[in-house]
Every structure is written in C-alpha cells, then in structure tokens.
Design a protein around this ligand. Structure first.
Ligand SMILES: [Zn+2]
Length: 495
C-alpha cells in the first residue's frame, strides 16, 4: 500500500527540548532543578542577563547535543558556534537569545516512524543548542489576561531545538514522530519528558502543497495532533470558500481546541543575528569517538533484539521498547526465568493498558520497582514490583488464576495504597481458580436442580446452555473457568 496523501498535507516540526537531566544551566552554575521551587529563586546575574556578565558554556550540554545528533544519525559539525538572536521581550532581559544560526551542531539526521503506509523516514534538517528564555505566566487566558508575571528560573536552561523536514503527511504521523523522538531522548538519558515544559513544539502545516502556517508552543503530543487536525480543517475551509492561506503564526488554545492568529510570520532577517562575541567557536570533532562509546542500545535495535531473544511479536516488542524503563522492567521479569511470551502479554497488553487507562506515566525504575506518576497531577504516585509481575505470570502459567483474576490483581495493585503481593490479593479476594472437583460438583448440582433448562437444552434450545453455565459460575462464585464449565455440562448431558 502506498499512501497517496490526497490533500497534499505537509507537516514539519520544531521541537525544543530542555536538557533537564543536566545539573546546571547553559551558561551559569544555577541549578536546573527548579520545577518545585518558588519563582525567581534559581537565578544569578548571568541568567538574569545583567550588564557586564559573561557566559561560561556548560560542556555537558554540548556533549548531550552531540549524543542526540549521533542518535538521530546526523552529521556533527566540524566547527560550531553561537549567535545572538536579537529581539525584545520581557522573558529575555538582555535583549537577545544565545542560539546557533548558520553553524548548528547537528545537521541532516533522520528518524524512522511507523507511518501511514508502513515505515516512513522523517528527515531532520538540523538540531542546535540554545538557551531557554524566562517564563511568562498569564493570569487567566492569554487573550484576556490583565497581567503577566515573569519567572526567570527557566532562563538559561539548556535547550536543543530540532527542526524536521516537512515530511509528515498527517497529524497521526506527527504524533508518532514525537513519541519516537521522545523515546530516543529518554534512552539517551538527557531528558525527563514528565517535567513541565520539558518539550515544546511548533508545528508548520500546509494543505494542497500550499503556504505553510506555524502553530507555536504546543506542550503535549496529544495537543500537537489536535492542533494539526483543527488547523488542516480550517485551511481547507478557507480554500473552499475561495480564500487564501496567509503565512502567519497561530497559537493553539488547548482548552477550546482551536488555533488563533497571533501575527504575520517574521523572517530570520528581522532578528539581526550576529556572532556571539563572548563565546569562541568550537571544534568538537575530537569528542565524537568517546561520546559514541556511551550511546546506549536505541529503540529500534532493542525492538529487534527483543523479537529475536524472547521470541515475542513485533507489536509486543514495539510496546515494550516504547519506554526505556518499561523495557528494563520487562527484561528484569524475564531474567527470573518466567516464560517471556506470557510476560510480554501481561506487561505490554494488560499492565501498560491499565496504566494508560489511569493516565499514569512511567517515571522511574530502579531495577526492582517501576514507578509512575499521574500525567496531569504529579502528586499521584504509585509503583509495581518486578517480583509481583513474576509471581502473577507464574500463577497464570501454572493455571492457578484465570485471565480475569490476573487482571483484577494488577488493578488492585495499581489502585491500592497498601503493599500486597499477588498471592495475598488472590487469597483475600478468593480469586484462586476453582479446583476441578469443585467445578464438577457444581455442574452435577446444576443439572440436578434445573431439570426444565436441561430438557430445553436437550430439545435444541442452545441458550439454555448459557443459563446452566451461569448457574455453575454462581455456585463457584465466578472462580470456575466458563469454557471448562460449558464443556463439562455438554459432556455430562450429551456424552
Ligand atoms: Zn544563573
């Protein structure tokens, strides 16, 4: 199947990620750990942009950028340097942002995604380093706000801005790209995507191969998909009514799910870029071999290995490697010697499904316990132990618990506040599978007590069988396997 892209949709993304795993900011010693701090407490003369201060480049930020570039299969520049991007805005007290212009550290990379028609390559135009400005906090909505507060804790956070080619052909592909990109960054351990403001996306989109519109500053992957769906519909409507699409910048209102015109788009010359005189050009070619050594196994390679080593399906391998911490959790479970295929089903299908249903995002893994926080309320936390999964998979494989009961155990652990093992939960809730003789006895009793239904069934009324199975389930308090009960009744009555 070849995807024809009938509406000529082209989507390109610009993604800002904060290197929030680094200890200090881009050009000063201020701590990057500001997310729970009071406003303007993680600042110094450098990141406040006071006159006369000089930046000192954080070497670790450069190393992280190279790591990202290598993982994106990009070219690392032999010589790279910083520029000043001049503009006036309250979030940028010194009047310019230190960024990279015509010598970005990374160019020409790629990311392979699961596209509309199978594997699809999204080109990476460039990735460069820059500093984050401060944060404006609007009181109320951005359009109606009467006042703006400024928090400079974020000012000077190291960022990498990655620009893609307009290679995505649907909002779904854009979302898949972002999922994959975030996944790669988390494998590299340069970035914690659960922190507020860790990833911000600008999306360029055009229809019928026409003029592009930029949507600024979208904060979630779901938001990007929704903003693009809306914007594509809006552009098509404009064209249908005989109008023209203007080159402009729009803002996405998450609450209402619409994009709003902000301004006509500025071009690069408006910014008067010039070389940053306080930072020397850098030659980083010599660093590359050592950094290459530190690259971990990346998602695609891990997925291929999982299929090979554990004999699991592509779909399971894809889910399990979609988060590095989930992949590690799964491998710890398998390392105990349980059946990897059963473990994959329970981890990728049931466990991950229950997490998604509860809006829980995986946030930690220490080799024994995987932790998660609520995507919207980080105050809600919980965890799940490797040993609990091992115990559950073992009980299931031995036929001691039914499907339904095993799901119930996972739910109980995820919703519970007390620490309990699967066996304890199964014991307390009476979830052990009924012993065979107990089911046999229940079948015999049911047949004896329901002569009319038995006659109906023997007379050809198939649905009477359902009634009889229901009676057996009732007698065994739901612990019998329905399929077994059905077979036993049929065998008893029809031989
Ligand atoms: Zn500072």
């Amino acid at each position: 199947m070849v995807y024809e892209n009938p509406d000529g949709i082209r989507i390109g993304l610009e993604i800002h990620i904060q290197l929030n795993k680094l200890k200090t900011k881009m050009f000063c010693g201020c701590s990057t750990d500001y997310h729970n701090a009071a406003p303007n407490t993680h600042t110094c003369p450098v990141c406040l942009g006071l006159p006369g201060t000089l930046p000192v480049l954080n070497k670790k930020a450069v190393e992280a950028a190279i790591k990202v570039g290598l993982a994106l299969e990009g070219e690392i520049a032999e010589e790279t340097q910083f520029h000043r991007k001049n503009y006036f805005y309250p979030d940028l007290p010194k009047g310019f942002q230190v960024t990279q212009y015509d010598f970005p550290i990374v160019s020409k990379g790629k990311v392979v995604i699961e596209g509309e028609d199978g594997e699809h390559v999204v080109g990476i135009t460039r990735a460069h380093m820059e500093e984050d400005p401060g944060k404006l906090v609007h009181i109320g909505s951005i359009e109606k706000s009467k006042g703006v507060l400024i928090d400079y804790n974020r000012s000077g956070m190291p960022l990498i801005e990655t620009v893609t080619e307009p290679d995505m052909r649907s909002p779904k592909e854009a979302r898949r790209f972002l999922d994959k990109f975030r996944n790669i960054l988390e494998y590299l351990d340069v970035f914690d995507g659960n922190l507020e403001g860790a990833m911000r996306v600008d999306a360029n989109v055009s229809v019928y191969w026409g003029t592009r519109v930029e949507i600024k500053n979208i904060s979630s992957h779901k938001g990007v998909e929704r903003a693009l769906l809306y914007e594509i519909m809006r552009q098509k409507n404009v064209i249908r009514r005989g109008g023209k699409i203007m080159l402009e910048t729009r803002h996405f209102d998450e609450g209402r799910g619409v994009t709003i015109s902000m301004r006509t788009k500025e071009e690069a010359e408006d910014y008067r870029y010039f070389r940053e005189p306080d930072l020397m050009p850098m030659r980083v070619t010599g660093w590359i071999p050592a950094i290459k050594e530190t690259l971990p196994e990346l998602p695609d390679a891990k997925r291929a290995r999982f299929m090979e080593q554990y004999g699991i399906t592509d779909m399971h391998a894809r889910s399990l490697t979609s988060k590095i911490m989930l992949a590690d959790f799964y491998e710890s479970v398998c390392a105990t010697g349980v059946d990897p295929k059963t473990a994959a089903t329970w981890t990728a299908d049931v466990f991950l499904g229950e997490l998604n249903y509860r809006d829980l995002a995986i946030s930690s893994y220490d080799g024994k316990t995987i932790g998660f926080i609520h995507a919207k309320d980080p105050g809600i936390e919980n965890s799940f132990k490797v040993l609990d999964m091992v115990e559950l998979v073992t009980l299931f494989a031995e036929g001691k618990v039914s499907d339904r009961a095993a799901v119930e155990v996972i739910r109980t652990i995820l919703d519970g506040t007390e620490e309990k093992t699967p066996s304890q939960i199964i014991e307390e809730k009476g979830l052990f599978k009924a012993e065979d003789d107990m089911v046999t006895r229940a079948v015999a009793e049911t047949i004896a007590e329901n002569a009319a239904a038995v006659q109906d069934y023997l007379g050809g009324a198939e649905k009477s069988l359902n009634f009889l199975v229901g009676q057996v389930m009732k007698k065994t308090k739901g612990t019998a396997d329905a399929k077994t009960a059905r077979e036993l009744i049929e065998k008893e009555l029809k031989g």
